[in-house]
Design a protein. Structure first.
Length: 67
């Protein structure tokens, strides 16, 4: 009968380990989501900066092609 207690104990320990690992994965996913959000915002800022920097060059190119 002691083997029944052993199996129940091992199953409980396995479920606890899976729970802890699940919590760790969840925490990492939240961190990754925050990092992706920050990276997206930085890319948007960089694209806006590039667009502002390219606008005068585009105007000059348009003026040169009309001349």
């Amino acid at each position: 009968m002691w083997w029944l207690y052993l199996y129940v104990g091992l199953a409980t320990a396995g479920i606890l380990v899976l729970g802890v690992l699940g919590i760790r994965v969840y925490a990492e996913v939240l961190g990754l989501a925050r990092q992706v959000g920050r990276s997206g915002a930085e890319l948007t800022r960089a694209a806006d900066d590039l667009q502002r920097a390219a606008a005068p060059l585009a105007r000059e190119a348009g003026e040169l092609s009309r001349s």
